[in-house]
Design a protein around this ligand. Structure first.
Ligand code: C2E
Ligand code: CA
Ligand code: CA
Ligand code: CA
Length: 278
């Protein structure tokens, strides 16, 4: 027994050790990635279910590692959040999104708003000031940028979170609630927050229109959001059946592989110029 327990412990700590090492390695390589320009933003269109036109984009971070190739944000964002490096990464993303929007404007493109993902750790008192600064430096209108935040930020409904949100909205920035339905906030609770857009999480879209539970959840979210006059975006839409179900529900926009994967800026620009439609 004792021998077994000890073996299990050794195995366990070895595994922990591996994970800790892996984190440290990712962290130090991420720091280099920032310096070496290995990061890039991809853009995924958001399409209106009514007009079929591109009405927005989400900027998604990509890391082109010299040896490992494309590293998924699902791997490195959690590490960056743990280590605090997310603040630098997040600033890089804001900077780069604003630079790109400015470049598109200068090229006479009619740009829909570009959404940027924010981690909870970026959401502090100084965020409005940082936003004002980056917008000003790139001469970008606040209406051009949308901020995607997650439900974890709302839980507890901290007063300062509401007041930071109000400040951002007063500046002209729009807020979207990402991955909706996966957290703990109730629909009614949403009234407290100045959020203009709800994004239905992909995990509820996958089962449409065949899984009864997913249909019921999607229907409840859309109905409630309509009452609160919020725009609704369905994420991860991959099939025509999912699309027509969501359209019948009265969902406003879709985002997903059905229309386009996230693509480099040049490819997104081409879709806009060619007026690609659903
Ligand atoms: P998210 O914000 O929920 O982004 C949507 C994810 O779903 C993206 O994964 C996108 O590529 C993927 N996706 C979109 N349409 C489809 C579809 O039809 N089918 C499938 N299977 N997937 C689809 P990605 O780019 O790997 O990003 C993963 C997560 O990493 C994001 O989830 C977001 O939470 C985080 N992330 C990405 N970029 C940033 C960033 O700049 N800052 C922060 N804080 N987080 C980011
Ligand atoms: Ca997002
Ligand atoms: Ca999402
Ligand atoms: Ca999601």
């Amino acid at each position: 027994k004792a021998v077994q327990a000890e073996a299990a412990f050794l195995f366990y700590s070895e595994e922990m050790n591996q994970r800790a090492k892996e984190h440290l390695r990712i962290e130090s390589e991420l720091r280099l990635a920032l310096q070496r320009n290995e990061l890039q933003l991809y853009y995924q269109p958001k399409v209106s279910l009514r007009s079929g036109r591109i009405v927005g984009a989400e900027a998604l971070l990509r890391w082109r590692h010299p040896v490992r190739g494309m590293v998924s944000p699902g791997v490195f964002i959690p590490v960056a959040e743990e280590t605090g490096l997310i603040l630098e990464l997040g600033n890089w993303v804001l900077e780069e999104a604003c630079r790109q929007v400015r470049a598109w404007k200068d090229a006479n493109l009619i740009m829909p708003p570009v959404a940027v993902n924010l981690s909870a750790r970026q959401f502090d008192r100084r965020l409005p000031e940082r936003m004002a600064d980056v917008l000003q430096r790139h001469q970008v209108q606040p209406e051009q940028i949308m901020l995607e935040i997650t439900e974890s930020l709302l839980v507890g409904g901290a007063e300062n979170v509401v007041s930071i949100m109000n400040e951002l909205v007063a500046m002209g920035l729009a807020l979207a609630l990402d991955d909706f339905g996966t957290g703990y906030s109730s629909l009614a609770y949403l009234k407290k927050f100045p959020i203009s857009t709800l994004k239905i999480d992909r995990s509820f879209v996958i089962g449409l229109p065949y899984e009864e539970n997913d249909c019921a959840i999607a229907r409840a979210i859309v109905t409630m959001a309509q009452q609160l006059r919020q725009e609704i975006v369905a994420e991860g839409v991959e099939t025509a059946e999912q699309m027509s179900f969501l359209r019948d529900l009265g969902c406003d926009q879709l985002q997903g592989y059905l229309f386009s994967q996230p693509v480099p800026a040049e490819d997104f620009e081409r879709m806009l110029r060619e007026g690609k439609r659903l």
